[in-house]
Every structure is written in C-alpha cells, then in structure tokens.
Design a protein around this ligand. Structure first.
Ligand code: SF4
Ligand code: SF4
Length: 67
C-alpha cells in the first residue's frame, strides 16, 4: 500500500508543515495555504503528524504501480 498526503480544507497557513518537512516538499501558496509537491514528497508523514489544524489528508492507495 502506498500512502500520499495532500493539504485539504482548513489550512491556516501556520507554516509548521513547511518547517517539519525534511525534503522541502511543501510551499505556501499566495491564496489557500500550503501545498505538497507530490513529486518531492517521500510520504514520511511529518506534516500530517504536526499539523495542528488537521488540514493534511492521508490518502491510502491500494497496491498500484507508482513511479
Ligand atoms: S501545518 Fe497544517 S495549518 Fe499549518 S500550514 Fe501546514 S497544512 Fe496549513
Ligand atoms: S509526508 Fe513528509 S515528505 Fe511528504 S510533504 Fe509531508 S513532511 Fe514532506
């Protein structure tokens, strides 16, 4: 199973996830809060674990080929 993460509604743009991400996969959009670059994201879950607003969504994908 592969797990990916996505910023959903409720992001208050606090910046914590950007600080916590070890591979700099998260940037702050001008409008709408944080955004995860799925190409960079390693799926470590640090942003998900540390978002106080619970704005990051954890998505489980059943075993499918993924590059
Ligand atoms: S930690 Fe959560 S609320 Fe803060 S910027 Fe990241 S997604 Fe938004
Ligand atoms: S899951 Fe890890 S690598 Fe991916 S965006 Fe969150 S903190 Fe960064």
């Amino acid at each position: 199973m592969t797990v990916t993460y996505r910023v959903s509604k409720g992001c208050c743009a606090c910046g914590t996830c950007i600080y916590e991400c070890p591979v700099q996969a998260i940037t702050m959009k001008v409008v709408g809060g944080a955004e995860i670059d799925e190409k960079r994201c390693t799926g470590c879950g640090a942003c998900y674990d540390n978002c106080a607003s619970e704005a990051i969504e954890r998505i489980e994908h059943q075993d499918q080929e993924k590059e």
